[in-house]
Ligand binder design. Structure first.
Ligand code: PEP
Ligand code: MG
Length: 598
């Protein structure tokens, strides 16, 4: 996961207050799109000092009672937060209930009491030692999701500490239009924030699936998380720019930078408004070819955002996040069913392609196996992992859940990382078993549920004609296809310069896949990041791709591009690129094309 890289700007310093301390740009994890410019409001939750005191033997029982009172009070406070949210938002907030469970957990309560009794230390100190011990256990697991759960232990510990110290946990009350800057925000903190009309959220901690990120996305508040030490750089009142699309936070921006971002924000708002106008227009080229523009989605709460941006459905639902949000437990068949139903209901008749879980490599391998892989991208990941004896039952549970949901909407099942026919057959065998079981149990499902595969390995692309006979659709996962075709680790910054989406070798592979799909009469989508990049799209469409699945925010611009382009001209462009020698040649050709046709 991205860390908190930092770049010092050498841009001009304004005579205005802005920029007088020098502009600092921090790079974090983009959590919710959009640009916000405003004054920082620092939520200083972390600076409580823990008093440490040795107890006299006759003080111990009273101290334990004091500790229990603080736990009870914390529990009641969380109850109130939960009720308030349910009342105001009409939805239950499970995470608060989870905090109550942590609070009542024997590892917390018993261990703290043991410290007080055995070591004769005061309740605050005992609590600190307990929380640190629990966090050490989480620390030993090198996984983003667990790091985020570690922060839940912190939130709970801090609440009890405040109650012990008689320092009530006051709600975060930023002034309107503030940029809230915090080490981390608890679910109780974030729950009411959007109503305070905050402009942006920025945190040291967190990742794409942290509570801050989820709440920010749900309420469309630009947010950047995982900045590591941003709270050390910012004070209340500082001017801050949040670029939630790029994952940038600019502290004390120069007047020039502010002007630049104001302009960008204005353009985004204007573009957003203009593009809202194109939301219901078809993505059809000037010569009448319709292109399906659909969204890549990681969580059910992103579907409405996708629809607002004109998505005609979900082209890639990454089901891994279901695992991430439940770890270390794995989702049950019922949870797969429920999650798919939430997505289908939100889509109201539009189609959704659910990719079966793609764990391993960068995505939570530790949940499934505990050994070190020297080459995770080439290791036991994705479909390979699903077909092991150990993981096969989880895979089947997912397929059963998805099949059950298929009775209620347009659901498609997609297998990731298929290298060739043998793996496809094995995956389909598990699907056939799941169908046979459900049929025997008399459970409803769509017997003809479309089944497709991702083309992410050169072997699958080369053998596309063979694979096409056995599936209902292809979706080219260019993020991995580039990685494996060019032998460039997609997460290694030292070789990023070699990661070239317009490399002619890749384009030839995509062409092979499209030809195979056309010959078999099945649809071919692209769902890697390049599907949403305007200077790549004419080539993909020219190669004959029928469907583009991308981050929802990219859809309006891509739709505009489609609507002003001619398929026949894009086909000519693509044909020309197939005989080009380098990515640079292709890039230049596309730039020229776009200039001529814009
Ligand atoms: C891809 O590889 O292009 C893809 C869409 O899958 P992911 O990025 O989840 O590996
Ligand atoms: Mg992939």
């Amino acid at each position: 996961m991205a860390g908190g890289r930092e770049t010092e700007s050498t841009g001009p310093v304004s005579l205005l207050e802005v920029g007088t301390r020098g502009e600092v740009t921090k790079h974090g994890i983009p959590a919710a799109h959009g640009i916000a410019i405003g004054r920082a409001y620092l939520v200083d939750r972390r600076r409580l000092k823990t008093p440490k005191r040795r107890l006299e033997p006759d003080e111990i029982d009273d101290e334990i009672a004091r500790f229990h009172r603080a736990v009870d009070l914390s529990d009641r406070q969380l109850d109130r937060v939960k009720q308030k949210i349910e009342l105001e938002e009409g939805e239950s907030y499970n995470i608060i209930a989870a905090h109550q469970l942590i609070l009542r957990d024997e590892h917390v309560v018993d261990e703290a009491v043991r410290y007080i009794r055995d070591q004769g230390i005061n309740a605050e100190w005992a609590l600190l030692k307990t929380v640190e011990h629990i966090k050490e256990v989480f620390d030993a697991i090198a996984d983003d999701y667990f790091r985020e759960r570690r922060s839940d232990v912190d939130f709970v510990g801090e609440r009890v500490l405040r109650n012990l110290l008689g320092r009530e946990t006051s709600p975060v009350r930023p002034p309107p239009d503030a940029i809230v800057v915090a080490h981390d925000l608890s679910p109780a903190d974030t729950a009411g924030l959007y109503r305070a009309a905050v402009a942006g959220l920025v945190t040291d901690a967190g990742g794409k699936t942290s509570h801050t990120a989820i709440v920010a996305r749900a309420h469309e508040i630009p947010a950047v998380v995982g900045l590591e030490e941003v709270t050390h750089e910012v004070g209340t009142g500082d001017l801050v720019i949040v670029d939630g699309s790029e994952g940038l936070v600019i502290v004390n921006p120069s007047a020039q930078t502010v002007a630049l971002y104001r302009d960008r924000a204005r353009k985004e708002v204007a573009a957003g408004a203009a593009l809202l106008g194109n939301r219901d227009l078809p993505a059809t080229t000037t010569d009448g070819v319709h292109i399906d523009l659909v969204a890549n989605v990681d969580a059910a709460d992103e579907v409405s955002y996708a629809l607002e941006h004109g998505a005609e459905g979900v082209g890639l639902f990454r089901t891994e996040y279901l695992f991430l949000t439940r770890a270390p437990r794995v989702p049950s068949e019922a949870e797969h069913f429920k999650s798919a139903m939430v997505v289908l209901n939100a889509l109201d008749g539009k189609p959704a392609t659910f990719r079966t879980f793609d764990l391993g490599a960068d995505k939570l391998g530790s949940l499934i196996h505990d050994y070190h892989e020297p080459n995770p991208a080439l290791g036991l990941r994705s479909m390979r992992l699903c077909l092991t004896d150990r993981v096969r039952p989880l895979f089947k549970a997912q397929l059963r859940g998805l099949l059950r949901a298929s009775a209620n909407g347009k659901l498609r099942i997609m297998f990731p990382m298929i290298s060739g026919l043998r793996e496809l057959h094995q995956a389909k065998e598990v699907l056939a078993e799941a169908k046979a079981e459900l049929a025997a149990e008399g459970v409803d499902f769509d017997g003809d549920v479309p089944v497709g595969i991702m083309i992410e390995m050169p072997s699958a692309a080369v053998l596309a004609d063979v694979l096409a006979r056995e599936v209902d659709f292809f979706s080219v996962g260019t993020n991995d296809l580039i990685q494996y075709t060019l032998a460039v680790d997609r997460v290694n910054e030292h070789v990023t310069y070699l990661y070239e989406p317009l490399h002619p070798a890749l384009l030839r592979l995509i062409r092979t896949v499209v030809e195979a799909g056309d010959a078999a009469g099945i649809s071919v989508a692209v769902c890697g990041e390049m599907a949403g990049v305007p200077h790549v799209v004419p080539v993909l469409l020219g190669l004959g791709v029928h469907e583009l699945s991308m981050n929802a925010v990219a859809i309006p611009e891509v739709k505009n591009l489609v609507r002003r382009s001619r398929q026949s001209e894009m086909a000519n462009l693509a044909q020309a690129t197939l005989s080009m020698a380098t990515a640079k040649d292709v890039t230049d050709a596309v730039a020229e094309f776009l200039e001529k046709h814009s």
